[in-house]
Ligand binder design. Sequence first.
Ligand SMILES: [Zn+2]
Ligand SMILES: [Zn+2]
Length: 248
Amino acid sequence: MSSASHHKKDTTTTTTTNGSGEPSHEPHQHQASCTTHRPEDEWKHRAPYRVHDDAAASSSFPVKWRGQCHCGRVQYQLRRERPLAAKYCHCTTCQRLHGAPFQWAAIFEKDDIHFTHGHHDLGWYDPTEKSQTHHLPCKVQCAFCRTPIMDEGRNMILLFPTLIEGINTPEARKAFEAKCHMFYPQRVVDFNGDGVSKFAGLEGESDMLDDDGNVIKKKKRVQEEKKEKKDKDKDKEKEKEKADKHGD
Ligand SMILES: [Zn+2]
Ligand SMILES: [Zn+2]
């Protein structure tokens, strides 16, 4: 079933007669609906699809960026100035699903985004099961114009920055600068001399490559360095905590 038909059912109400003989408008209990609160629909009311109420939103959700799909039915706001990271993915799945030479994705927390119409007008595709159910991780699109919006993972979202207002400004280019190329051997375009690290697969979990795709660091060393960096960051954090305590 397509999500578009889901959406239609969401607003369907039937007129039934209650005990007093007066008609009451109740949605079908067995259908997907905003108002029936079936446990399997709970995700529609959680981040990233939870709709913020206006008063709370203005203080807790300072809008840094706005984005929308091609037809404008899907609109969102972002409260984080820069993504946690931005990456290019050259895998063949991304090439096919985006109809583009590669995917440009910016990682955000699910709480960083606010879809102004919640889950409405969105469609889902689970590339693993090849199904349209909301099963994580999945692709998220506008259900009407089919603009790809983001990949929704279990904890994070990978947002496609080309939908963002002002993304072609120097500030936005800097904020959303990609820090690596992933699945570089599957590429259909070369990136020679761009100074951005290249990986055979996922960043930090596969061989590191040069611009021509030759291995320059084996996966094992890449993973060791990743762990060393993590440990160092942890130590730094501990030291900072200590310093903060002394400051009291
Ligand atoms: Zn659209
Ligand atoms: Zn990919």
